[in-house]
Design a protein around this ligand. Structure first.
Ligand SMILES: Nc1ncnc2c1ncn2[C@@H]1O[C@H](COP(=O)(O)OP(=O)(O)OP(=O)(O)O)[C@@H](O)[C@H]1O
Ligand SMILES: [Mg+2]
Length: 235
């Protein structure tokens, strides 16, 4: 199916902090690719650079064979959507309005169709559509954040720590959902501190350490790697 997204020689600085240093990754179409790493390794920065929220100091991002535009809204229009760390749902808006924000590229019948599609995928969001998003549980807010992203009909979805702060049973539901998204034809780039889960689900993975890609391989290869086990899987 080929490479959908290619990150070439990407560096990002925040003032004197070098958050990413000449990183290269490839995401094949139709796959789940994970990036694991500790606090501060640069995982969110990688996603922010792909979605145009921070400017790289070096390098670029290729998507389906050409460079992505610089503007975040144009990047979304190309089919790249970012579900940020910490969900960032709009707590003072209803669930329906949160979804409509995600569907801002569309209007009229197409927008309604996208909404119906999301309600089918997440019946709970339809049941609660007129409730403020702030009244949802953490797991439900994560579902809403993902659903809001899907409202733009992405080709690839960038998920930043979707399991953060959730009970194991809810994490499993989120991971079932991630599989479902991949199986529906949407490519997934998944960033996680939860290395065991992320390596368990992915087709390919990268380890990010202090802004540098230090290791890569299939999920199984990394689950078996001594250094990954020591550093990220508790031995
Ligand atoms: N806006 C910012 N200004 C200054 N430094 C920043 C900013 N955002 C991130 N950093 C720094 O850049 C480095 C990478 O941060 P980043 O958020 O990408 O890490 P991360 O791997 O996502 O960490 P976590 O697992 O805690 O979310 C860290 O040293 C962080 O302190
Ligand atoms: Mg982060």
């Amino acid at each position: 199916m080929g490479v959908m997204l290619k990150v070439n020689d990407l560096s990002v600085n925040y003032g004197h902090v070098k958050a990413l240093k000449h990183a290269n990754i490839e995401v094949e179409s139709g796959k789940i690719v994970s990036i694991i790493g500790a606090n501060g390794a640069g995982k969110s920065t990688m996603l922010r650079a792909i979605s145009g929220l921070v400017k790289p100091a070096t390098g670029n991002v290729e998507f389906m064979g050409s460079a992505l535009p610089a503007k975040p809204s144009k990047i979304v229009a190309k089919g790249v959507v970012h579900v940020p760390e910490g969900r960032k749902t709009f707590s003072g808006l209803t669930i329906r309005d949160n979804l409509l924000v995600g569907g801002y590229l569309y209007k009229g019948k197409q927008l309604e169709e996208n909404l119906e599609k999301q309600y089918k995928l997440f019946p709970i969001l339809e049941e609660r559509k007129n409730q403020f998003a702030g009244t949802l549980s953490g797991g439900e807010q994560q579902m809403l954040a993902v659903s809001r992203g899907l409202m733009s009909n992405p080709k690839i979805i960038l998920l930043d720590e979707p399991s953060m702060g959730l009970a194991p049973i809810i994490v499993n539901q989120i991971y079932d959902l991630i599989r479902q998204i991949r199986d529906s034809g949407i490519t997934v780039l998944l960033v996680e501190q939860n290395a065991r889960k992320a390596l368990g689900i992915c087709d390919y993975a990268y380890v990010l350490e202090n802004g540098i890609i230090s290791l890569q391989g299939t999920g199984d290869e990394l689950l078996r790697s001594d250094s990954v086990r020591k550093a990220y899987l508790g031995g």
